[in-house]
Write a protein that binds this ligand. Structure first.
Ligand SMILES: O[C@H]1CN[C@@H](c2nc(-c3ccc(C(F)(F)F)cc3)no2)C1
Length: 327
């Protein structure tokens, strides 16, 4: 059946956590449509590493089975990572259930995961070809669930500083306004990748030549990382915006009125609200603010939580497409 869980932003909307039940144990996890491993803090880790975290205890699960000889090792865009061994167990997310799901048990996690005490790990929702388990690659929860879900979809409804929803197997049309605009996904990269080659600022004339012209939908990335041409075009319309090498990106006066950004998603222009592009103050006085839209020099572009806060997104694993609508 379908499954629906509330998600909660950590402070500053840095990441979004939702409950996952593994072998009867419920832990909060970071749902990441930009990777394909489900790994957890677990009782193999040292007490120092576990301090403050929830942990999955395979010994307490009657349905856990070790996958002898299987290991995983994953690194994320910010250089953080985890590694360990692997078993299987039953996973239930708001009622959507998979038996025999690969559960990757970290024996080593990078420092930033240790300090992120609200997160018990990640659940990857990109395509299974990116899964890092060896010698036999494993499938994502969504991939395993596809055949039994009422509809082959999951949806992300992420909000600024408020609870949202992750849903598997159904599209709740009360969560967005207007029709979903569907675009085909190119699965070659293993990401939810689509064409994005135009943008406009504050309803102005669109530019239609973004280099590379590709983007991925990535719920695990906090910001929206776009081509330099998009970033320059946008912040040229923001008084006082500067590239602030000290803090590592574009800042502007917190008092600035930020225009909306219109961005191409497979031929339909989606809107990212200006308010959502004001990400956070960088100073104690709240004078200088850090932009939620920043540049990436690599391709594809990465549309993270800043994009999701303005747009409800449906991920269709039946026909490999993305549906987007304002919310
Ligand atoms: O790799 C790409 C796939 N999706 C993006 C992603 N990044 C993280 C992440 C989460 C938590 C942390 C930490 F807690 F700070 F360690 C670090 C990175 N989760 O998804 C980037």
């Amino acid at each position: 059946g379908a499954g629906s869980v509330a998600n909660t932003p950590e402070a500053g909307d840095v990441e979004y956590l939702a409950p996952v039940t593994i072998g009867g144990q419920t832990v909060n996890m970071d749902f990441d449509s930009g990777s394909s491993d489900l790994w957890v803090f677990n009782t193999q880790l040292s007490l120092n590493t576990l301090s403050g975290h929830m942990a999955y205890n395979p010994a307490q699960s009657s349905t856990f089975q070790l996958l002898p000889g299987s290991t995983f090792s994953i690194s994320y865009g910010d250089g953080s990572g985890a590694a360990g061994n692997v078993g299987t167990d039953t996973v239930n997310i708001g009622g959507a259930t998979v038996t025999g799901q690969a559960i990757e048990l970290a024996t080593d996690v990078s420092t930033s995961f240790v300090t992120d005490t609200q997160s018990t790990g990640l659940i990857g929702l990109a395509f299974s070809k990116l899964n890092t388990v060896k010698p036999v690659q494993q499938k994502t929860f969504f991939d395993n669930a596809l055949a039994t879900l009422p509809e082959p979809v999951f949806t992300a409804d992420l909000r600024h500083n408020a609870a949202g929803t992750y849903e598997f197997g159904a599209i709740d049309s009360t969560k967005f306004s207007g029709p979903l605009a569907w675009t085909p996904v190119n699965t070659t990269s293993g990401f939810w990748q689509f064409t994005s080659q135009a943008f406009a600022v504050g309803g102005g004339a669109p530019s239609t030549s973004v280099p590379g012209g590709q983007a991925i939908a990535d719920t695990g990335t906090t910001l929206m990382l776009a081509d330099q041409s998009v970033v320059d075009g946008y912040y040229s319309q923001v008084q006082g915006a500067v590239n602030n090498a000290t803090v590592g990106g574009v800042t502007f006066p917190c008092s600035a009125t930020l225009p909306d950004l219109q961005i191409d998603v497979g031929g339909t222009m989606a809107t990212v609200r200006g308010d959502d592009i004001n990400f956070a103050p960088v100073d104690q006085t709240g004078t200088t603010c850090f932009g939620g839209l920043q540049a990436t020099t690599v391709q594809p572009q990465i549309y993270g939580d800043i994009f999701f806060k303005s747009n409800f997104v449906a991920f269709n694993g039946g026909n490999n497409s993305l549906g987007v609508a304002p919310h």
